[in-house]
Design a protein around this ligand. Structure first.
Ligand code: TYD
Length: 196
């Protein structure tokens, strides 16, 4: 099982992913937490490039698309091993981030033809205004009009893909946490409260 959290910068994915991990372990599952960009050499290069002032230039999105797809293919082998080992994979981002952030949809779709598709995607939705309040603004993508476009792309993905569920990320941390649990529980046969 491959479950992924998506959303614009500042949505609270990493905090919520930690909660999901703890909850699934308490519920008796083997859990593997992953994140994109990864810690591979390509992932490290990406983190560096994301800080460049040119990062949100339109032509750069094709370059980012390639690098994110390469980073993802490196991760794919590991994901397959985890699944064989019956681990529940919980991920901070997936190829859907490339579809939301890198525009050029046809290009991104073809580059990610072999990427692993999450069984469930939780879209933590917040407004760009809230994102800007929460962000450290150290990445070039963290600007309001860019994040507005990315959010619109996510909402389009939500309407087109049956594996997407939306959670309102502007609610308090505990409410977001319980909404995410409600979205995941049926997939794993968990009764909320932790008893299967
Ligand atoms: P993020 O989850 O914000 O990591 P961190 O909290 O460590 O900064 O991801 C880093 C950035 O990478 C974020 O702005 C979104 C961007 N990104 C893409 O543009 N395309 C992708 O395919 C992925 C996976 C991430």
């Amino acid at each position: 099982m491959y479950i992924c959290l998506e959303g614009i910068d500042g949505a609270g994915k990493s905090t919520q992913l930690n909660y999901v991990g703890e909850w699934l372990i308490e519920s008796g599952f083997k859990v593997r937490k992953v994140c994109e960009p990864t810690n591979s050499d390509v992932g490290k290069l990406l983190r560096k490039l994301l800080k460049s002032p040119d990062a949100n230039r339109e032509d750069m999105q094709k370059v980012f698309g390639l690098l994110f797809a390469a980073d993802r293919l490196i991760l794919k082998n590991e994901l397959e091993k985890y699944e064989e080992n019956n681990e529940i994979i919980i991920s901070d981002r997936s190829f859907y981030s490339s579809l939301a952030y890198q525009i050029h949809q046809d290009w991104i779709n073809s580059l990610n033809k072999y990427a692993k598709k999450p069984d469930l995607v939780i879209l933590i939705d917040i407004t760009p205004d809230l994102a800007m309040k929460r962000c450290l603004k150290d990445d070039t993508f963290e600007n309001k009009s860019f994040l507005n476009d990315v959010r619109e792309n996510y909402l389009k993905l939500l309407s087109k893909n049956e594996n997407f569920r939306k959670v309102d990320g502007s609610n308090g941390e505990n409410k977001v946490k319980s909404d995410i649990k409600k979205a995941i529980a049926p997939l794993l046969g968990i009764c909320i409260g932790g008893i299967r």
